[in-house]
Design a protein around this ligand. Structure first.
Ligand code: PLI
Length: 459
């Protein structure tokens, strides 16, 4: 492989964190104690942690300096005004309500914008997002293009909304029964797949015709903007900033998990243009989060977020970030490891259906593969398949997503290409011995968001 295709790090390392190397015996004991659930491993027992890109970012020296500039006043912190000004400048929304993390914003939006029985169409679901929608009486409908459910199909902008599906839903159910359209940039569970600007523009136009609001899940909006720049015609000469700004011009507001593209470890926010919705959100935020000028974040966290947001839209940063993901994908692809293609913005998703063809979906192949990868190498990954999808609220049956995957998620600015080689080598080794991977069964299944705390044993 020619390393020159992949950009070198646009940063140097100023602080290091030593990680523990473990033996295979130690890892077998650890995964058994964790009930074969990588969420329940102790971080201290993990060598390379690819569980998530959420809150695992390395902050810059400027952000750490910002931490010292925290104004911890209960109300009216200057860091809030810095964050508000930054979000207005980059996203263009009039109002911002800070929250403790993304799901805090989802909680507020779902309570305020969904009437029980209304439909909430979205480009594939995300666990916490759908939970809040359903918890408030909404009915989630997946309107992503069909191709997104086919792991092996290598096409651009697999995260796009299928406009015909959206139109059909509106005509069948009536525009008044659609709470809003939830458009995620990028689509996490589809493999970090981006949405094209063209699609955002078309969704906006369709929703305008029916007076339906559009809220973006902005969690990985900068990664999405990078794909638009390099893949969509007409955007090669635009800056990431310009692209992000245009993207949000097609939305009425957004929810944001700051733990991803804001390059911080905690925080989130809800944005909107509508003054009345803003007033209602301010009334609600004090109940669940805190004052409208901190919403669950410390002043220092808001400062780090404002600085992180500005760093995130620098081309060198985002190019390196997305290309690191591509590198891991290219190494695995070269060895024939099945995965969701093309490589997305934040993670490589191994296709556990094709990796473990000897296991049925009810035997939780992705859950088991993630556990086995940990034993193999000390690399922690996450199941994103039938376990994550949970059960249907009405029938109690498992949701059976077509995509049964193990996510190798890259924290931002944390690992080097050499770390990724260790990961790739371990996955490839496991792939050679894949028939040794056994199925799992539940020994404890929580009612909500079961993947976080479920326990399993080998069949
Ligand atoms: O983890 P939160 O509450 O800050 O954000 C929730 C959330 C909302 N939308 C999307 C697309 C997410 O990916 C997301 C959180 N993702 C996590 C935790 C992940 O590991 O992917």
């Amino acid at each position: 492989m020619n390393m020159n295709q992949y950009p070198a790090e646009p940063f140097r390392i100023k602080a290091v964190e030593t990680v523990k190397m473990t033996t295979r015996e130690e890892r077998i004991a650890a995964i058994k104690a964790a009930g074969y659930n990588t969420f329940l491993l102790n971080s201290a027992d993990v060598y390379i942690d690819l569980l998530t890109d959420s809150g695992t970012n390395a902050m810059s020296d400027r952000q750490w300096a910002g931490i010292m500039m925290g104004d911890e006043a209960y109300a009216g912190s200057r860091n809030f005004f810095h964050l508000e000004e930054t979000v207005r400048e980059l996203f263009g929304f009039r109002h911002i309500v800070p929250t403790h993390q993304g799901r805090g914003a989802e909680n507020l939006l779902s309570q305020l914008a969904i009437k029980p029985g209304q439909y909430v169409p979205g480009n594939m679901y995300f666990t916490t997002t759908r939970f809040h929608q359903e918890h408030n009486g909404g009915i989630f409908v997946d309107i992503i293009r069909d191709e997104a459910h086919d792991a092996s199909l290598n096409i651009d902008f697999k995260g796009d909304i299928d406009l015909n599906k959206l139109k059909k839903l509106i005509e069948e159910k009536g525009a008044e029964n659609i709470a809003y359209v939830c458009l995620a940039v990028t689509v996490n569970l589809a493999g970090g797949q981006p949405v094209s600007m063209k699609n955002m523009r078309e969704v906006r136009a369709l929703c305008n015709a029916y007076h339906i609001k559009v809220f973006f899940d902005a969690t990985r909006c900068v990664e999405n903007a990078y794909f638009i720049k390099v893949k969509e015609s007409g955007y090669a000469d635009k800056s990431i900033r310009e692209i992000v700004f245009e993207m949000f011009s097609y939305a009425d507001g957004c929810t944001m998990s700051g733990k991803k593209d804001c390059l911080v470890n905690i925080g989130g926010f809800l944005c909107m243009n509508d003054d009345d919705l803003f007033e209602s959100a301010k009334e609600l935020v004090v109940v669940y989060e805190g004052m409208p000028s901190y919403g669950g974040m410390a002043g220092r966290d808001m400062e780090a977020m404002a600085i992180g947001l500005k760093e995130s839209v620098e081309f060198e940063y985002i190019e390196h970030r997305v290309m690191q993901v591509r590198y891991l994908g290219d190494r695995l692809k070269e060895a024939g490891v099945p995965m969701i293609e093309p490589a997305g913005g934040h993670a490589i998703f191994i296709d556990a259906r094709r990796f473990c063809p000897h296991l049925k979906q009810e035997e939780f192949p992705a859950q088991s593969l993630a556990a086995n990868l940990y034993v193999e190498s000390g690399v922690r990954s996450m199941e994103r398949g039938i376990v994550s999808a949970g059960r249907d609220k009405i029938t109690g049956e498992h949701h059976r997503p077509k995509l049964e995957t193990v996510r190798l998620t890259l924290p931002r600015r944390v690992y080097t290409y050499r770390h990724l080689d260790v990961v790739a080598d371990a996955v490839i080794e496991l792939f050679k011995n894949k028939e040794k991977i056994k199925g799992l069964k539940f020994i404890y299944e929580p009612k909500q968001l079961r993947f976080f705390t479920a326990l399993f044993e080998e069949i």
